[in-house]
Design a protein around this ligand. Sequence first.
Ligand SMILES: CC(C)(COP(=O)(O)OP(=O)(O)OC[C@H]1O[C@@H](n2cnc3c(N)ncnc32)[C@H](O)[C@@H]1OP(=O)(O)O)[C@@H](O)C(=O)NCCC(=O)NCCS
Length: 141
Amino acid sequence: MSQLTGEKIALQLQTPGRCRMHYQILVKGEVIGEVELDHIAWRSGEAELKIHIFDPAKRRRGFGSDAVTTLLEHAFGTMNLRRVYLRVHATNTAAVRCYEKAGFKKEGKLKRSFGGERKEEVLLMAVSRQHFSKEKPARAV
Ligand SMILES: CC(C)(COP(=O)(O)OP(=O)(O)OC[C@H]1O[C@@H](n2cnc3c(N)ncnc32)[C@H](O)[C@@H]1OP(=O)(O)O)[C@@H](O)C(=O)NCCC(=O)NCCS
């Protein structure tokens, strides 16, 4: 499907590939960001989600949550994936909240050290088809 429709946004497929589906996020015809499923593993039914809303002025209006939910509906309902996961910096509270709203749960923590004092924590988050369907009865597959 080349176009997916959410409540506030539409997703336009840019790069259809066996291992990667990359969409532009549109609001009233304007491209405001991108969202994708990468590393699609058909055998295990898993993929990694990434999202970016370009202009900070377009954030905090519900577009990110809508884009993530719309893509998850497609991932579980049409592509028949089993689990979608992602990595996010622990300090990125906006993204963590956005993902939690869409049903993602924290599964683990990776610690990266750059030598000296500099360290960063990356959270691994995931949502299963079963969990998504249960949590999102109104719009889920
Ligand atoms: C992460 C991102 C996609 C979220 O999109 P968004 O459109 O701003 O998110 P939403 O408006 O749907 O908000 C989702 C939730 O996060 C909360 N939120 C958003 N920005 C926030 C912030 N800066 N601080 C705290 N909470 C925030 C919202 O309040 C909302 O929760 P609520 O409904 O309980 O109030 C967007 O901020 C972004 O593109 N950031 C830069 C790129 C990035 O960090 N990508 C993720 C990499 S893993």
